[in-house]
Design a protein around this ligand. Sequence first.
Ligand code: FA5
Length: 337
Amino acid sequence: LKEEALRKVDAADGIQQLKDVRVEYLGKKGPITEVLRGMGKLSKEERPVIGQLANEVREDIAQAIEVKQTGLEEAALEEQLEAESLDVTLPGRPVQVGGPHLLTSIVEEIEDLFIGMGFEIKEGPEVESDYYNFEALNLPKGHPARDMQDSFYVTEELLMRTHTSPVQARTMGLKNGSEPVKMICPGKVYRRDTDDATHSHQFTQIEGLLVDKDVRMSDLKGVLNAFAKQMFGAERDIRLRPSFFPFTEPSVEMDISCKVCGGAGCSVCKGTGWIEILGAGMVHPNVLEMAGYDPKEYSGFAFGMGPERIAMLKYGVDDIRNFYINDQRFLKQYHKA
Ligand code: FA5
């Protein structure tokens, strides 16, 4: 019996198996307990002999189990340590480092240029009232020029602003008609335009407004010229074309020579060699008056530019959709080291 038990202890290769052996031989229903229980039936002479033998066998088996158990536990610990070990010589995984989006960088660059010329930065709401987006800009309800900017209406009186020009009216409105204004306002705008290489239904604009006594068209030209030369370099050509905006009179549009491709089949400039980057003009007397300024005393200029188009020209991006599809391969090219 003892040898059989010791063999089983030896053969056990798991803690559970060992427990089973203990129950089988040393448990309440095991053979040794049975022998000890039957002692009463034995003769006086047999009792001590059998009793001692049974106890010895029990001790031996228990000890063998204990030794085996310690061995198994050590092996299990060893195995666990092995499995959880760290190989400190493995090369680390590179940490992904982000960077500013090209559009964020270009907006900040433009802001810096204008801050350098003494302009303040203002902000306005993206969900705008019909009044500020149109009426205060000399575009009453039913005015045909409202069609120039197809709009996303939220309610009859609220819409996603179609340009940053409402911030002109908001800023002037806070000045009591007497203080000069010199501000730019960057922000998102929304139009029901069909997306193509140069148009997006949501894009960015930077508005500019300068109101003071004796502001002239030549001041506007000087500021735009200084901006364009600093932004694109002296070798780029600029042209101002007469245009129409209900909130400026006279109105112009500024084009920059297109270096991306320029020729026929060019998606950016449609083969013309020029791309429009901003609209501008002298603030319309009606707009000044609605904001509380006396147009006989005050005059001003305003402009609104598209930073996506500016980034396209500066960095040779040939499709405006690249700014919005979040392809890391595109965006990473413009992360500064
Ligand atoms: C305006 O939005 C006028 N508020 C600009 C203005 C301000 C004129 C102040 C006079 C005084 P326009 O719709 O042309 O004008 O847009 C201005 C610039 O935004 C464009 O020159 C162009 O660079 C950019 N832009 C216009 N539509 C889109 C579009 N769908 N996707 C990307 N850029 C656009």
